[in-house]
Design a protein around this ligand. Structure first.
Ligand code: BES
Ligand code: ZN
Length: 620
């Protein structure tokens, strides 16, 4: 943070309009640099949102009114909101037009919006429109969609992007219910993380309800040529018409997953569980928007081999959406518990030998982060330090995989039965409450270790959470199915021709193991022969293609580059793009190719993805 002095500035009331009363000099719009927010929820917190908005594709703008109910517990004289690149048109408090103050923009955190309130006030309504820099929004041209006829837009609000969609108290610790009324262009359907319509209507006006309280990062919206197909009474899929059947087939195990999830987590509390398959530029794999997971179409492989991502987002219905990290430095509570939970769902529907492969691939991802950050890297702690840092900057596989394997260690050491009872109780006792790492550990002490601190110390719980690196009681993973894969690779390396490799019955995961461990560079002859025999350059499985392209760059196997460019022009998923651009950076010639490709397609990428790739290409 270059100009840190600006972080802790106070805005005195004389900046507000003069007619305010003398005590208004107490107005302090303070940016909290640990919570990444201007909101003063400790004094006055929002409880319900009524959002009335129109989606304008020509202007790439969302405009409307956010009406917030709030509770003023401590006789606060101001309510503070977060905004990012929003233009505020008018503010009313209890239906009377009001003054307001919008602070200067504080880098990626946006501007604080301060509104004077009086005792007895309960409602504030803010008329506004979004800006061109909105980090939560991606606007797609018709060419960027599957159908190519209508434009599309979607949001991605985690961690601190909801403020660029609407003014809100953008903290994971505050929960709100919401209702919305949206006007969208004719021929389009809009869906939210709420009770959703399942059909287009002529007017293009739709209404939504989320009557279960959620943090603001779980507000979500997608608008486009979207249709719905039910899988069962509780679940179904939303996507563009040309994708609908393929997506529906790929996701048909959702009811089975749900049965497995409820066994571990307790009853599903959100009513419906639907999935929106977004266009390919969706910047991440999936997002656990309540009632409606958003997911990348790159999981539609045709053989259900990538559906563990859905198990992951579904698992968030407990870990994350019910029990929510109180702060972003507690992110491992969301992602570590969810990754563990995801593996348990997969074990239940696909068996142990399958799931062990997922554990191993995740373990490898974690090891690769340890390699990049150093075993003593600050962000290898489960509880990270986010003071004066954007949550995105500390993001890695650590909260996911170190978090998950920590829980696996606890399960192995305490026994599955006891561990499952603990998980279940953890979800029900902390439901709808923001939870800190410390509260989670205290609950573990009581419910897993029965207050026996020796037991806790023997399992190195503090070290797991607060120290860098990996404690020495980390479980060992050794999937038998990968032993067979490694044997085949060893044969190749000892001179056996590609044509003799036995890959019978390999799933996506065996292929990933095979490719990840190939020597870099791999001999051109092997690349050519592997490609000829297994059509890897033309793979329609995004995970395999991505792994193959990485190996192709490292081995300078140029035959794959045209296909890779097509992949890079369409897919916006950061997890695929970042490693490819990083790999291309390694030689001057490939760096040139990376710069050319990025310049050509950056407009296809989500703003969050584009800025990340830009950083990669510009870093020394
Ligand atoms: N909640 C996350 C996505 C996220 C985390 C967005 C932090 C912004 C900040 C989501 O559940 C997730 O983890 N998605 C993964 C897929 C999963 C299978 C590991 C992804 O998008 O790659
Ligand atoms: Zn997750």
């Amino acid at each position: 943070m270059s100009n840190y002095a600006r972080l802790s500035y106070l805005v005195l009331s004389f900046l507000l309009v003069q007619s305010c009363k003398p005590q208004d000099s107490e107005n302090t719009l303070v940016f909290n640099d640990e919570l990444h927010s201007f909101a003063n929820t400790k004094e006055v917190h929002t409880t319900h949102l009524n959002w009335d908005a129109a989606i304008d594709f020509d202007r790439k703008q969302v405009s409307g009114t956010a009406t917030w109910n709030f509770v003023n517990d401590s006789n606060a004289r101001y309510i503070h909101f977060d905004t990012y690149d929003l233009t505020i048109k008018k503010v009313k408090v209890n239906n009377k037009e009001s003054q307001y103050f919008l602070s200067p923009m504080l880098e990626e955190y946006g501007s604080g919006l301060s509104i004077p309130i009086q005792q007895g006030d309960t409602v504030v309504s803010i008329e506004y429109f979004t800006g061109p820099q909105a980090t939560a929004l991606q606007w797609l041209k018709p060419e960027q969609t599957a159908g190519k006829q209508l434009p599309y837009m979607f949001t991605q609000c985690e961690s601190i992007h909801a403020r660029s969609l609407l003014p809100c108290q953008d903290l994971p610790s505050n929960r709100i219910t919401y209702e919305a009324k949206l006007q969208v262009p004719k021929g389009m359907l809009a869906v939210m993380s709420a009770k959703n319509p399942i059909e287009k209507n002529k007017e293009g006006i739709y209404t939504y309800q989320m009557e279960i309280p959620v943090p603001t990062y779980l507000i979500a919206l997608a608008v486009g040529d979207i249709e719905y197909k039910a899988i069962d009474e509780r679940s179904g899929v939303y996507t563009e018409p040309s994708m609908l059947d393929a997506a529906w087939k790929e996701l048909s195990d959702i009811p089975m997953m749900m049965t497995a999830a409820e066994k571990l987590g307790g009853p599903y509390r959100w009513g419906k569980y639907d999935v929106l398959i977004a266009p390919p530029s969706f910047p991440i794999g999936g997002m656990e928007n309540p009632r409606l997971t958003f997911a990348t179409p790159t999981i539609i492989a045709g053989d259900k081999s990538l559906v563990s991502l859905i198990a992951h987002e579904m698992a968030h219905s407990w870990s994350g959406n019910l029990v929510t990290n109180a702060r972003w430095d507690d992110l491992w509570l969301n992602e570590g518990f969810t990754t563990y939970f995801e593996r348990r769902i997969m074990e239940s529907i696909s068996g142990k030998s399958y799931t062990e492969m997922l554990w191993e691939l995740g373990y490898q991802d974690m090891q690769s982060d340890f390699k990049d950050m150093g075993l003593n890297g600050e962000d290898t702690r489960l509880k990270v330090n986010l003071k004066k840092r954007n949550p995105g900057d500390a993001f890695s596989n650590i909260p996911y995989e170190k978090g998950a394997i920590f829980l696996r260690m606890l399960e192995e050491q305490t026994g599955r039965e006891k561990f499952d009872a603990f998980m279940n109780a953890y979800f029900s006792e902390h439901a709808f409450k923001p939870t800190t790492t410390e509260q989670c550990l205290a609950f573990m002490d009581r419910n897993l270790f029965n207050g026996d601190s020796n037991r806790r110390n023997a399992l190195k719980v503090r070290e797991w959470i607060y120290e860098t690196g990996l404690p020495d009681n980390c479980p060992k993973i050794n999937p038998e199915r990968f032993v067979l894969v490694d044997q085949q690779r060893a044969l190749l390396e000892s001179g056996a021709p590609v044509s003799t490799l036995n890959t019978m019955g390999w799933t996506t995961h065996e292929w990933l193991q095979f490719l990840r461990k190939m020597p870099r560079p791999t001999k051109m002859e092997w690349m050519t022969n592997l490609d000829q025999r297994f059509q890897l350059t033309k793979s329609t499985n995004s995970e395999i293609a991505d792994e193959w392209f990485k190996l192709s760059i490292a081995s300078n196997y140029k035959e794959a580059f045209d296909e890779m460019e097509i992949f890079l022009s369409q897919v916006g998923r950061k997890k695929f793009l970042e490693p490819l651009y990083m790999e291309m950076k390694k030689t001057p010639e490939n760096l040139k190719m990376a710069q050319r490709i990025f310049a050509k397609y950056r407009n296809n990428y989500h703003p969050q993805t584009a800025s990340k790739i830009e950083k990669i290409l510009n870093a020394k």
